[in-house]
Structures are given as C-alpha cells and as structure tokens.
Design a protein around this ligand. Structure first.
Ligand code: DP6
Length: 333
C-alpha cells in the first residue's frame, strides 16, 4: 500500500457477549481470555487522518474540540506505533466524530480505535490485511480489535508461549454463526465513567479473589457460546451472555477497593429484563464498564422490548442490529 495524504474511516462499536476483562501484558494489550462480540449498526465513529509534514506535534480534534490529557496521549501513542511500524516520522492531524457517548461503557473506544487504525494505516502506507489491522487496533484499545470486523467476532487472546505473542492475538469473524440477534441499548447515563476500564481491569486482576474463577468460567462460556451461535440458539446465547456479564461485574466488585459500575438504575433495568423473561419474552442483559444495560434478544422481539424499557425508565433506548466492520470512506492522494 502506498502512502496517502488523507484517509477517512468509519467503524462501529461492538458489545461483548463473552467479555474481555484483564490484560496479561499491558504494553501489548494482550488479554488473559478470548472474548466474543457483536458489532453494532449504530453509533459509528468517523475519523479522518491527514499527514502534516511541517507540524512538530500531532493535532487531534474530537467532536469539534481539540483533544487533551489522556485522550490526546492515547491517540499520539497510537500514532507513534503506526509510525514506528511504517518507518515514517511525519505528524498527523486527526479529526474524529463520535455518535456514541464517550467513556460511558458504550464501547466508544472500540469504534474509535478501529477507525483510527484503519485511517492511520492508510495515510502512513502500512501494508496489511484485516487480521493485521485488528492487531494494530488492539494496541489502541483491546476491544477495538473486534470492531475491525462486522457481525459476531472472536478475539483470540493468543498463546502466551508463542514466539511472537503480539502476532498470536487478533480478532476474526466467527465462522458459521447462524444466530440472528439484536441488542436494545438502555442508555441510563451518557457521562464518562468514574474509573476507566483500564484501571478497573488492572485492579481486578491484581486484587480480586474471584478473578481466577472468572478466567476459568469465561473459557467454558466461550465454548458454549460457539455452539449456541452455530445452532442459532437464542436462549442459550442469551443465558450465557447474561451470566458472563454478571460474573465479570462480580469479579470487579470483589476487587480492593471495589469497582462498581452498576447503579440502582442498572439494577432496576436488570429487574425489568428478568420480568420480561418471566412473561416468556426472550431478553437477556449485559453490561460493560458503565451503568448502561444492553438487552440481547431476537430481532423480532427488539421493538417490543424497547417499548417496554421506554415505559419503565426515562433512559434513551436504542435498538441495534448486527453491523459492518471498519471501512474506508474516502482516500485522497
Ligand atoms: C467491559 O477495550 O475499553 O467493555 O483495552 O484498556 O482500552 P482497554 O479496554 P477496553 O475494555 C472493554 C471492556 C468491556 C468488555 C469488552 O468489551 O469485552
């Protein structure tokens, strides 16, 4: 691939049905466990990257305002990695637009770093296929490795004893997934979370007495999830999804000090989901590093579940289906 001056890429967030929680290598962003997600068709991030050969530093604009602090540091560190791989030195101008609340446990970093990785790889002329792009996106944010692909996606933790562990950890679409699913996002809070997922993971791994069991359980959940996806078994997929999320939250709540993203509003929504199930509606909840709840269900039930959630909460409710992988929208030489 030859270098281009500007590239614009679009990527969507993904929601993990089998969660990624805990890094065995912080620098390389290598997880302890495999994870599996569904890429959504809502909340895209669009990122333009332009080379700025005369600039002394990178310039990053997020949602119309210059990025600073941790956001700027993470973007610049990521661009440094791309430059190192490409053997280039020019700085860049990055303009990124989110349609998802940032840092609220709605996977903004997944779509964000998948889009940045794709656009930056193009402008710096980095060669590579989608698998390599997913390795690169992983270095920005672990879950971004999965947003490179559409539909159901598995991210392999990789063999820790592999000669090059970085190469062994990448995402790819789940082969033969026959499940058709929707996710109803119940957006209780749009503000950034009090503890970053990065810090919360670190604390869970270092101090939670439940972390080891979480790792063992999660491996078993993944094996069962593959079967559920291949059989198109919504009840099994939903049951595993909810159990896996609750176990992840239990592990972090047992950390010292505890990490608690669930609020009373979260618990109320979980109660509504259980009541829907008692009424015979196939609905299962999952939560990430924030109070918001996503309800996994068959597409035919999504509207009914969304209507019910709107009746019982003031939350913004968004229905999502399986969405596409990261793609380039525009490249100019
Ligand atoms: C709870 O991918 O945001 O959403 O790698 O530190 O950037 P970093 O973490 P991030 O964590 C996502 C955690 C999760 C579960 C998941 O998406 O698998």
């Amino acid at each position: 691939m030859t270098a281009r001056e500007t590239a614009v890429a679009v990527a969507h967030p993904n929601i993990a049905l089998i969660k990624y929680w805990g890094k065995r290598d912080e620098r390389l962003v290598l997880p302890f466990t495999d994870s599996l997600s569904m890429t959504l068709d809502v909340f895209p991030t669009t990122t333009a990257v332009r080379l700025a050969p005369d600039a002394a530093t990178d310039h990053v604009v997020m949602d119309g305002a210059p990025a600073e602090g941790e956001v700027l540091r993470r973007a610049t560190t990521f661009l440094d990695l791309v430059r190192e791989h490409a053997g280039r030195r020019e700085r860049a101008v990055v303009d990124t637009r989110n349609t998802v609340p940032v840092g609220a446990g709605l996977a903004s970093s997944a779509g964000g770093f998948a889009a940045l990785a794709l656009a930056a790889a193009h402008v710096y002329g980095l060669p590579g296929d989608a698998e390599q792009l997913s390795r690169l996106a992983r270095r920005g944010s672990g879950s971004a490795a999965r947003s490179v692909f559409g539909g159901f996606v598995v991210w392999h933790a990789g063999d820790p004893d592999a000669p090059y562990p970085d190469r062994a950890s990448y995402a790819e679409p789940v082969a033969d997934a026959r499940l058709d699913a929707a996710l109803v996002a119940v957006v209780l809070e749009e503000g950034p979370k009090p503890v970053s997922s990065r810090e919360a993971m670190r604390r869970t791994v270092a101090t939670s007495p439940l972390y080891r069991d979480w790792v063992t359980d999660s491996r078993a959940d993944l094996a069962r999830m593959y079967t559920a996806l291949r059989d198109g078994d919504m009840t099994a997929a939903g049951t595993i999804t909810e159990r896996n999320a609750l176990a992840m939250h239990a592990a972090m709540e047992a950390a010292r000090p505890a990490v608690r993203y669930r609020t009373t509003a979260t618990d109320a929504v979980l109660g509504h989901v259980r009541r829907l199930r008692a009424e015979g509606v196939g609905a299962w909840a999952t939560m990430d590093a924030g109070p918001n709840v996503k309800v996994l269900c068959a597409p035919a039930d999504a509207q009914r579940i969304a209507d019910r959630m709107r009746e019982v909460t003031d939350a913004r409710v968004v229905v999502a289906h399986r969405g596409p992988g990261a793609r380039l929208r525009q490249v100019t030489a």
